[in-house]
Write a protein of this length. Structure first.
Length: 250
């Protein structure tokens, strides 16, 4: 997926070396398998074959059709701010698939019996448990300043003692133009209103999709997202002005 993936397990976690090695290998397989299918940078991927018209969606794999259905559902829920198609009509599920891959990797870690971990894929973070096992402490996820990539703009506490309860923020995703340029298509002719948007949510797919949707849809989508989902948002306008929900202001 063209991104760096890191797995952090606390030093005090009761995980043997061979168990950790097996968990890392399982996570790598999750990302590799999805990359083989969904990457538009791989000419042999299923997504590339769809983009070239060599394969129709009807003929695509069940996994491809399922993720497309997920993306269409998000398009409806965001009133078009999030879309599975590029302006040229090419199917592009990259706005959803990284979050999906992180979520599947997290499920894999849990199935391996790892209870305390932090998974970071290109700055999008999903956590479980605590950085100090048994303490109930939360993980701290940093948000890079888009105007100074060597500095942190903010931090947000993820997980902790209630990380299995509904609504607890276990995921943080960031989208925008600061890292990769203007790669998100917007409805307006003037370009994106926000240079960067970070969303904290209970699950990584929601955080990832809504971060992208808010960049694409601007302030209107920001209001729609904070009204419709249990999330916290930190949005950076092009002039550096910050818009933050109470969770980030705290």
């Amino acid at each position: 997926m063209g991104t760096v993936i890191s797995l952090t397990v606390p030093a005090g976690a009761a995980v043997a070396d061979h168990e950790l090695d097996a968990a890392v290998a399982a996570v790598e397989r999750v990302f590799a398998r999805l990359d083989e299918s969904f990457s538009l940078y791989r000419p042999d991927s299923e997504a590339s074959r769809l983009a070239r018209g060599e394969l129709s969606l009807r003929e695509a794999s069940a996994g491809m059709r399922d993720r497309y259905a997920d993306a269409v559902g998000w398009r409806l829920m965001t009133e078009g701010a999030f879309s599975p198609e590029r302006p040229d009509g090419v199917l592009d599920l990259s706005g959803l698939i990284k979050g999906y891959a992180i979520a599947k990797a997290g499920e894999t870690l849990q199935s391996q019996g790892i209870t305390d971990w932090c998974l970071n894929a290109g700055g999008d973070v999903l956590v479980m448990g605590s950085p100090v096992p048994g303490s109930g402490a939360s993980w701290a996820a940093g948000v890079v300043d888009p105007q100074d990539r060597t500095a942190l703009l903010s931090a947000f506490e993820l997980g902790g003692p209630a990380d299995l309860k509904t609504g607890t923020r276990r995921a943080l995703a960031t989208s925008g133009s600061a890292e990769r340029g203007d790669h998100i298509w917007t409805a307006g002719a003037g370009g994106a209103e926000f240079t960067q948007v970070s969303v904290a949510a209970a699950d990584i797919v929601t955080a990832d999709v809504l971060a992208t949707a808010i960049v694409a849809g601007g302030t209107a989508m920001l209001h729609r997202a904070t009204d419709g989902w249990e999330i916290d948002v930190l949005a950076v306008r092009r002039d550096g002005e910050l818009l933050a929900t109470p969770g980030f202001r705290a």
